[in-house]
Structures are given as structure tokens and as C-alpha cells.
Design a protein around this ligand. Structure first.
Ligand SMILES: NC(=O)c1ccc[n+]([C@@H]2O[C@H](COP(=O)([O-])OP(=O)(O)OC[C@H]3O[C@@H](n4cnc5c(N)ncnc54)[C@H](O)[C@@H]3O)[C@@H](O)[C@H]2O)c1
Length: 389
């Protein structure tokens, strides 16, 4: 039986991915094999000897001591893309809000009613100030074509928009799921010069922080409408507020409200609702549990932040899963132990990620603790697991 400790409440759909005949799951497991966590702070967590993997139901892993896990040979998983549909749907809402002044219109109604006015008497006259353009026939620039960006780009084509997408690091998965109708922009200038609407779906990092600034806005079309559901710091607040004031930017809709932005003209602030759907929480939990299960049962790694993606079909009677430093001669040392013991290697895959690497070795016969311990003793090896099929 594998023991899985939950450090937060995990959606029942996620827990049902862990077969009761093979897993005990609770918040009180001791010497657990795996941990399921959402936002609990694990920075000071004392790792029990059995702990092999931590799965975060969510994308960020700031609450997990990833470097310490790597040194202890503990795999840290996250669930990228599990909330992509939720954010995509909010992006459609934001595009419409950027156009049709729905938020300002409802605020106006609330104010009329709060002021004792007869809304039915004023609505037809009052609505003129909230007229806004349709999306159909307009151009949309999508910056960042990852899990969310691709879905936003695809659905925008269905709304009748001409879509340009920019992502210098486009993944194969993203390229395969992207509609053929999307024009791939080779630089940001193409997006800025051609698009009536721009939506950002990139991570915030050294390269992207403040990317929507005065210089970028200068290149954009007059009256551009900007959507930012990715991270507040991607947009320079002073620059967008100034551009909104002079009408260069017609609307800014963001999921990252600040007091400063609230004073801006044509700004719509959403209270960070991007991933706030029950389905998104459930998707994250299911994905986290499946990642944990595939690692514990098969040694396969997918969506880890500290180790490479590596999945291998079973081809022997036993499997050695070796987490080690990414240094020379590791493979020859591992296979050297096996050949000394006359053990045939059926299949071997090795991949690295930064300072660490992972090797899966399927072997044709079972081995004893002696061979496993000999691999464990190789300098640079951080964790060895021995699985039988
Ligand atoms: N509002 C919310 O609640 C919410 C929820 C989920 C994610 N997000 C944000 O949305 C972002 C995107 O999420 P995702 O799941 O699509 O991530 P992802 O990793 O699947 O996609 C990000 C994409 O951005 C691309 N990229 C990186 N740097 C770039 C650059 N300089 N120019 C253009 N493209 C660049 C990457 O190649 C990748 O394809 C996340 O980083 C996160 O900050 C917000």
C-alpha cells in the first residue's frame, strides 16, 4: 500500500484517482510515500524517509522547498494547463467586457437605483454612453501560445476574429492544438501594429516583466483594447494609465486589481477569478493524483518542476528508477553494476533537467537488495527505487 498525505483539502475527484486497494489517503498518514498539496507552506517540512513525490494541485510551487526536494531525490509535480479552460472562458468574457462596456453599464444601473432613480425611465437614453464594438471582423493578438493562449486564440477564430499569435518558444503540443486559421507572428511588432485587441498569456519573468510599456503601446493601433489575465507586472501601470487617459488605449481589462488602476479611465478590474471554477480545482486535483500514481507505480515522470519528463513502457520484469546528478559517467556506472551481476538491460532511458537527471532501466530479471544498494552507493546518485511488474 502507498501512503498519501494530504496537506490541504483535495477535491474528491482527485482522490478517486487513487485506487483504495493500493492507496491509503488522509491528512494524518505517517512516513508517507507521497504528498498532495495545494497552498500549504512546506518550506520547513521535515521529509520522512519514505517520501518520494510531492504533487501540487496547481501551477506555482513557491510553497514547496524544491531545491531541498531535488537533493533528497523527491520529485515535485505541478499541474500546468489544468486551469486553462477556466482562464480561456474568462478571456472571452474579458474581450467582451473590453468592448461592450458591460461592467460600466451595470455600475451605472446600480448607481441610478441607489440614487432613487426610475431605471426603466432612463435606460434607453442612458445606454448610449455604453455603446461598444463587436468582436467579429476585428483582429486579436495573443502573446504567449501556451496552454491558455492557444485555447484563447482558437476560440477567438470562432468568434469571427482574425487572430495573430506570438510565441518564440512554441511547444510541439501547442502547435498541434492550434487552429490553422491563426497567423503566427514572428515578432511582437506584428502583433502591436495589426491588432485591435491584445491579450497576454505569458509567465512573468525577467524578460516579460513590464513588457507592455510606453514603447510597446506606442507601436499599437490607436484605440487598442488590452486584456491581461496573466500577471499584473507584465503591464507598466503608469504607462497604461497614461495611454488610457489620452485614448490611445481604449480599454484595459485585468485580473490583477490595484488601487492605482481603479482610478484609471476605461479600466475593468476582475478580482483574480481566472482559475476560480470548481472544474479547474477538480482538474488540478485529478492531474496531481494521476502524476503521483504514475510515478509511484511505474516511475514515470510528467510535469515535474525539478526532474525531466520521462515515460517508458514496461519491457522487463523489474525496473530501476534512479535520480542522480547530471554528471559524466552515471550511465556507465549504473549499467556497470548490472553487467557485473549478469543482469540484462531490456530498455534504458535517461534525461536531464539542469543539475539533475533521471534514468529508468528495465531489466530482464529480478535483482536483490545487494545490486540496488550498489547502485545507491554510486557517487552522484540521489535516490534509487526498485519496482517489479
Ligand atoms: N488569472 C489567473 O488566475 C491565471 C491562471 C492561470 C495562469 N495564469 C497566468 O497565465 C500564464 C500563462 O499560463 P499557461 O498555463 O498558458 O502557461 P504556459 O506555460 O502553458 O504558456 C506560457 C507560454 O508563454 C510563452 N512565452 C514565454 N515567454 C514569452 C515571451 N517573452 N513572449 C511570448 N511568449 C512567451 C511560452 O513559450 C509558453 O508557450 C501563467 O504564467 C500565469 O501567470 C493566470
Amino acid at each position: 500500500m502507498f501512503r498519501i498525505k494530504t496537506l490541504n483539502k483535495i477535491s474528491p475527484a482527485g482522490l478517486s484517482a487513487l485506487d483504495k486497494t493500493r492507496y491509503t489517503v488522509s491528512d494524518s498518514e505517517e512516513n508517507e510515500d507521497g504528498i498532495l498539496v495545494r497552498s500549504a507552506d512546506m518550506q520547513e517540512y521535515v521529509f520522512p524517509d519514505a517520501l518520494r513525490a510531492i504533487a501540487r494541485a496547481g501551477a506555482g510551487t513557491n510553497n514547496i522547498p524544491v531545491a531541498r526536494c531535488s537533493e533528497a531525490g523527491i520529485v515535485v509535480f505541478n499541474t500546468p494547463g489544468a486551469n486553462a479552460n477556466a482562464v480561456k472562458e474568462l478571456a472571452v468574457c474579458a474581450l467582451i467586457m473590453a468592448s461592450r462596456n458591460v461592467a460600466a453599464g451595470t455600475k451605472w444601473i446600480d448607481a441610478q437605483i441607489a440614487g432613487g432613480g426610475d431605471i426603466e425611465a432612463v435606460v434607453e437614453k442612458g445606454k448610449a454612453q455604453f455603446v461598444g464594438p463587436e468582436l467579429m471582423g476585428k483582429s486579436l493578438g495573443v502573446i504567449g501560445l501556451g496552454a491558455i493562449g492557444v485555447q484563447v486564440a482558437n476560440i477567438a477564430t470562432k468568434l469571427g476574429m482574425t487572430v495573430y499569435g506570438y510565441d518564440p518558444f512554441l511547444s510541439v503540443d501547442a502547435a498541434l492544438s492550434m487552429s490553422r486559421l491563426i497567423h503566427r507572428a514572428m515578432d511582437l511588432e506584428t502583433i502591436y501594429k495589426n491588432c485591435d485587441y491584445i491579450t497576454i498569456h505569458v509567465p512573468q519573468n525577467k524578460e516579460t516583466k513590464g513588457m507592455i510599456n510606453e514603447d510597446a503601446i506606442h507601436m499599437m493601433k490607436g484605440g487598442v483594447r488590452i486584456i491581461n489575465l496573466a500577471r499584473g507586472g507584465l503591464v507598466v501601470e503608469d504607462d497604461i494609465l497614461a495611454a488610457l487617459e489620452r485614448g490611445k488605449v481604449a480599454a484595459y481589462v485585468t485580473d490583477f486589481p490595484t488601487n492605482k488602476l481603479s482610478a484609471g479611465k476605461n479600466v475593468t478590474l476582475i478580482p483574480h477569478l481566472g482559475a476560480s471554477t470548481p472544474e479547474s480545482e477538480e482538474n488540478c486535483a485529478v492531474m496531481a493524483a494521476q502524476e503521483l500514481r504514475d510515478y509511484l507505480e511505474n516511475g514515470n515522470i510528467r510535469n515535474s518542476v525539478n526532474l525531466p519528463t520521462l515515460q517508458q513502457e514496461w519491457s522487463g520484469t523489474a525496473r530501476l528508477c534512479v535520480i542522480h546528478r547530471n554528471i559524466p559517467a552515471m550511465l556507465s556506472s549504473i549499467t556497470g553494476v548490472l553487467s557485473r551481476e549478469n543482469v540484462n538491460v531490456e530498455n534504458l532511458t535517461n534525461k536531464s533537467k539542469g543539475e539533475y537527471a533521471y534514468t529508468l532501466v528495465d531489466i530482464g530479471s529480478r535483482v536483490s537488495d545487494r545490486e540496488v544498494d550498489a547502485i545507491r552507493a554510486i557517487g552522484g546518485v540521489l535516490r534509487v527505487r526498485y519496482l517489479t511488474h
